[in-house]
Design a protein around this ligand. Structure first.
Ligand code: HEM
Ligand SMILES: *[C@@H]1O[C@H](CO)[C@@H](O)[C@H](O)[C@H]1NC(C)=O
Ligand SMILES: *[C@@H]1O[C@H](CO)[C@@H](O)[C@H](O)[C@H]1NC(C)=O
Length: 340
């Protein structure tokens, strides 16, 4: 009887050791959590990398004030398809399948030339050292900074994938049912609260009329206009995005509207203030006001800009850890558009 107790005690102790010590070690080794990334990863191998990225992005921003939105979207679409592995940059792969950037979910995605420019400069400075996946993360951080938020620290050490498939791009669309959107992000390790916080990125940048003009003219069989839209705002939108049949179709597709009508270049919590007033382009954002799982957080973030900006930086860092490749996985591309 006593022996049995001792054995149980030993087994219990062993279990504690396994749970407390060994499990986190194996988790850290697992790529899913992205714990293999470190701030200052290039401090010996390419000490100027973050300064070089900052200089090139800020110079480009002078010519193109809308660049920050494009870079943040580019990074998020890299991370949310498989993981932050620069697969969105590839033009072709060995399998010859259509690549991610050609998929519908990546319509209007841009920023590729800037990433090329950064990569070319870094190949001179420290050849075959900095991954394209880390360049995307550093560039997105500079975008956040240029749009008015503090410069957050970016853990690095990501490696580049050798594959990219359009058929892997299952990104949610503005019309995707909210439960499916939530499922998508949960599978990526992003919580519902983090999704609400990250969606504040829609306080800069643009959306093309084709993503939301149905809310103005063709909402559903009983209501031509989405009643959640602020009517003053809706009539303003209607002038920017006239009914398809009043414009040539390709013209209507090309027109882009600022997400935030008041501070379109500033990354701020105004997004949530606008949401509460029905001034939103995307139905997938508007739903966060009325859904009981998110409405309280939307109100909190609308009234507390510091809380939002702190949580946004944290969520960006977390997003950047999504399914990364590290150590000997993948490769360091020489050219971000092609595998080595
Ligand atoms: C349910 C989730 C989401 C949906 C359905 C969605 C959808 C969209 C759509 C349709 C556009 C317009 C693209 C265009 O017309 O050029 C857009 C733009 C943008 N999205 Fe999202 N998005 C989502 C989540 C996110 C998240 C989590 C982030 C970032 C952290 C983000 C960042 C951006 C940015 C910065 C832009 C502006 C791009 C530009 O100005 O070029 N989005 N999004
Ligand atoms: C149309 O949309 C409104 C507002 O979202 C909703 O209340 C109504 O049930 C919808 N009607 C149909 C026929 O789907
Ligand atoms: C609609 O927008 C106007 C003008 O910005 C604002 O004063 C009003 O409060 C908004 N309506 C609602 C229902 O939030």
């Amino acid at each position: 009887m006593r022996r049995l107790m001792i054995n149980e005690t030993i087994i219990f102790t062993l279990c504690i050791v396994i749970v407390v010590v060994i499990a986190p070690c194996t988790e850290a080794a697992g790529k899913g959590l992205g714990n293999g990334l470190n701030v200052g990863f290039y401090s010996r191998s390419c000490p100027n990398v973050e300064k070089i990225v900052a200089d090139i992005v800020s110079e480009a921003n002078r010519q193109d004030p809308k660049l920050p939105g494009a870079l943040i979207r580019l990074f998020s679409h890299d991370c949310f398809v498989k993981g932050c592995d620069a697969s969105i940059l590839l033009e072709a792969t060995r399998s010859k399948e259509p690549v991610e950037k050609k998929a519908q979910g990546n319509d209007f995605i841009r920023g590729f030339e800037l990433i090329d420019e950064i990569k070319a400069r870094l190949e001179q400075e420290c050849p075959q050292t900095v991954s394209c996946a880390d360049i995307l993360a550093f560039a997105a951080r500079e975008a956040v900074f240029l749009a008015g938020l503090p410069r957050h620290k970016v853990p690095a050490g990501r490696r580049d994938s050798r594959t990219s498939r359009a058929s892997d791009v299952g990104l949610p669309a503005p019309t995707t049912p909210f439960n499916d959107i939530i499922d998508f992000f949960t599978r990526k390790g992003i919580t519902l609260d983090e999704l609400v916080v990250l969606s504040g990125a829609h306080s800069i940048g643009v959306a093309h009329c084709s993503f939301f003009d149905y809310r103005l003219y063709n909402f559903n069989t009983s209501q031509p206009q989405d009643p959640a839209l602020n009517s003053t705002y809706a009539s303003d939108l209607s002038t920017k995005c006239p009914k398809q049949n009043t414009l040539p179709a390709d013209e209507a597709k090309k027109t882009a509207v600022d997400f935030d009508p008041t501070t379109p270049l500033v990354l701020d919590n105004n997004f949530y203030v606008n949401l509460l007033q029905g001034k939103t382009l995307l139905q997938s954002d508007q739903i966060m006001v009325s859904d009981p799982r998110t409405s309280a957080l939307v109100k909190t973030l609308a009234s507390d800009s510091d809380a939002w900006s702190r949580r946004f930086a944290k969520a960006m860092i977390k997003m950047g850890r999504t399914n990364v490749l590290t150590r000997d996985e993948g490769e360091i591309r020489k050219n971000c558009r092609t595998f080595n």
